[in-house]
Design a binder for this molecule. Structure first.
Ligand code: FAD
Length: 443
């Protein structure tokens, strides 16, 4: 069997992108945006609707970051999970966040419709799956509470799971009804094209190396040029601490690995069942995710994450993690012993300590940020567009107000590394106990 292929960026954009010219010389704009992912592109589109002159500076090509690499689950999940969110912020606030996340999904669906692009979006919802009896209470109680509070979820018991023909590792689950799955590469490149069509100036291969924002106007520098603007939007999510040296105490990057199998034949799909092809996340503390692709493959990943000391962007070529994934995929999909994992890739997600996104501005109201989507940014980064645009335009925005909070700062290194290591080890231990029971077949 051939060794699996490793993509430095992502198979979703394997064909590459015809790049926009890099920034050269001194330019002006009303607003300069750093980062060409969902956040930067969606903000630029919204600002252009208001006639604002916008320049995006992207260090690679738009979609090179998480927006072009993700797993493609369009989901209304917010926070770690609903019961944990309720525990930390209380019922009323948790419901407000859940409704926000729901609006973010619907905004993204409307954006996809507006772009008129076929990004393979299928509105199946997503299912959080229970594999072990230990998963049952948190899922059932969480679903009951969420449904009581008006959040659109449904508990799927064992009979319903079998009726749907979900893969055999699934025992029960919670169906998040909003959202579904899509092709992230097609979606982000459609946003990029729409921004170009709307007159946004996009400079690619243009890494920002220095920002002068102590006074107005702001000047943003790359190696070969600069953009002078009244307002600046930081749309660099997980990259922000590393490449810009900003938001270090609030957001940190963790590397997540994804894989995809070879395309399944019809006979192989028949063995799995999964007629509704709803994307799945396991209820583990560090979840596993699985989904079908339009080309007949299964893709999945997450679970084992890496934090690089000092918030560095750790390497993604991790043969041990790849081997672990091959073993785990075989355990989760015993129906498919003949389906190989064909390739791996991954990217960095921007995490915050309370698992909620960050929106805000500097004291002078000239530099704005939207980041820290904790792996749920297809919807929430797209929806950051109108939130950031309103702030730039000096308009009130209730969604931005919802995320104003006192955030416990991340400790400096080496304490940060130790704290994060401690948290991930603890979560792994819980999951390992679950998986050991499953492997022994004692539950
Ligand atoms: C492996 C993986 C799987 C995921 N799966 C899901 C999922 O299934 N569902 C979901 O909702 N979310 C998922 N996410 C999260 C989601 O993809 C992100 O939250 C979202 O894409 C963030 O968008 P963004 O525009 O804020 O950041 P990004 O898309 O990361 O864009 C930031 C951009 O900034 C650029 N940049 C950085 N530094 C500089 C600089 N100095 N100068 C110029 N440009 C710079 C980068 O090149 C990058 O293109 C996943 C993320 C990863 C990595």
């Amino acid at each position: 069997m051939a060794a699996p292929e490793f993509f430095e960026s992502s198979p979703w954009i394997a064909g590459g992108v015809e790049r926009q010219p890099a920034l050269a010389g001194a330019k002006n704009a009303d607003v300069v945006i750093i980062g060409g992912g969902f956040t930067g592109l969606s903000t630029a589109l919204k600002l252009r609707e208001e006639g604002v002159d916008v320049a995006i500076l992207e260090r690679d090509h738009c979609g090179f970051g998480a927006s072009g690499r993700n797993a493609g689950h369009l989901t209304p999940t917010i926070g770690k999970d609903f019961p944990t969110l309720v525990k930390y912020v209380g019922k009323d606030r948790a419901v407000e966040y859940a409704r926000f996340a729901d609006r973010a999904v619907h905004y993204t669906e409307a954006m996809i419709a507006k772009l008129g692009v076929d990004c393979e979006y299928v509105p199946t919802g997503n299912i959080i799956t229970g594999l072990h009896p230990r998963h049952r209470k948190p899922l059932a109680d969480g679903a009951e509470l969420a449904a009581k509070l008006g959040v659109k979820v449904a508990f799927l018991d064992e009979a319903e799971v079998r009726r749907r023909g979900l893969p055999s590792h699934v025992r029960f689950g919670v169906h998040e009804l909003a959202g579904g799955h899509l092709h992230p590469g097609k979606y982000v490149l459609a946003l990029r094209q729409a921004a170009l069509d709307a007159g946004v100036r996009i400079y690619e291969d243009s890494a920002v190396t220095r920002i002068e924002d102590a006074a107005s106007p702001i000047v943003v520098h790359t190696d070969k040029g600069s953009v002078t603007a009244e307002k600046l939007v930081l749309a660099t999510n997980a990259y922000t601490p590393t490449t810009l040296g900003r938001m270090r105490s609030k957001v940190f990057p963790v590397r997540v690995t994804l894989f995809r199998t070879a395309p399944l034949t019809e006979a192989q799909w028949n063995r799995v069942g999964w007629q509704g092809r709803e994307p799945l996340y396991t209820a583990h503390e560090a979840m596993e995710n699985y989904r079908s692709q339009a080309d007949g493959r299964i893709s999945g990943g997450s679970k084992w994450v890496q934090y690089g000391y000092g918030s560095t962007l750790t390497t993604g070529h991790l043969p041990e993690v790849f081997a672990d994934w091959r073993r785990l995929f075989a355990r989760r999909f015993p129906e498919l012993p003949d389906v190989p994992i064909e390739s791996f890739w991954g990217g960095w997600i921007g995490l915050t300590l309370d698992f909620l996104p960050l929106h805000g501005a500097n004291a002078r109201g000239t530099v704005f940020h939207g980041l820290g989507y904790n792996g749920h940014g297809i919807a929430q980064a797209t929806y950051a567009g109108p939130m950031l645009a309103d702030q730039v335009l000096g308009r009130p925005n209730a969604e931005v107000d919802l995320f104003r909070r006192r955030l416990f700062p991340l400790p400096p290194e080496p304490l940060r590394w130790l704290v994060l290591k401690g948290i991930t080890s603890m979560l792994d231990r819980i999951d390992n106990r679950v998986d050991a029971d499953l492997a022994r077949g004692t539950v």
